[in-house]
Design a protein around this ligand. Sequence first.
Ligand code: UT7
Length: 340
Amino acid sequence: MANNLPMIMGIGYAVPSKVVTNNDLTSLYDTSDEWIYSRTGIKERRVFASDDEAFELLRQACNQAVKNAGLDVNDIDLIIAATSMPVQLMPSTSCMVQKLLNISRNIPAFDISVACSGFVYGLDIANAYIRSGVYKNILLVTMDNCSRYIDWTDRRTSILFGDGIGAAVISAGNENDILAIDIKADGHVGDYIKMPVEKGNCPFVDKTPTPQVLDMKGQEVYKFVANIIPPYIIEDILGKNNIKAENVEYLILHQANQRIIKAVQERLGYDDSKVISNIENLGNTSASSILIATGEAIKNGNVKTPAKAIVCGFGAGMCWGAGVIRLRDGVFRKENIFQK
Ligand code: UT7
């Protein structure tokens, strides 16, 4: 019997306690709760109150995933962190996880930078490593500190994003939980979402002060995503893997805009009970949105396991990816929630 199939054994998530409502944003620029909610579906988002809080929540989310997987932290043999807006560049987020979890072995740990596609890209990498027999228990972490990088004077982008963390343990076993997966990128439209790094640090070249904040062409991103990516890639992946949309119980899309989620829902012909959305309370948590939405939905009873789910992420790069995964019983257990 095969024992190198990818099994998603545990997931975890954590969100900060500090809430920023749409009404709070009206003190920064000319906007309204009505405008933001009607265009995005967002009412409020969360932000890390400090780096210490961010790392403590990172520790909690990872421990939760490992516990849900029924493992000890020292069973983990690879850490992948998907983060494009990290709390710090060095040490990497994945090495921070190794330290925060007190993992005593010198296992490999690396970060990937694929913005809001982080979970699906990370899952694809984990899938390949598990199937090839290289690693047995992979901890995939998603963490974006969006509030650190967005321009809080820009009402077109700062309304969207929030902070959060997700974690998943993918282990080698004899059941397949990654039924289909595919990732793609198109760097030619990379300027739709960009973040330049501050220039002028080197005293031997011209100084060109550059604000190091997220710059997004919202309309272009919206059209690219809503008209092309989810319908194309989701239908493509279902077709290539002979999976019928009606045989998949849930759609867990990257939480970028409720109108995008709705458009994909309608295209798939899914009723509301099949579509998981938490954008109203958390906004767009970038790489973490799919894992947070999944964990929350299982906790709240909106996702009943075991079940299959379509997952799809998209964002800066532009990068995107989709998969069909199996959410097994016990993948998220209420008794292992650290955060009250
Ligand atoms: O996770 C990464 C993927 N990102 C996305 O999927 C984001 C996709 N894009 C979007 O969700 C939408 O483009 C936004 C919600 C970001 C913006 O909505 P929009 O309908 O595309 O607005 P817009 O930027 O085209 O702006 C329309 C109007 C403009 O006024 P004028 O120039 O037509 O007079 C803006 O100045 O709305 C104005 N506006 C606002 N008004 C009140 C833009 N932002 C705001 C605001 N409050 N916050």
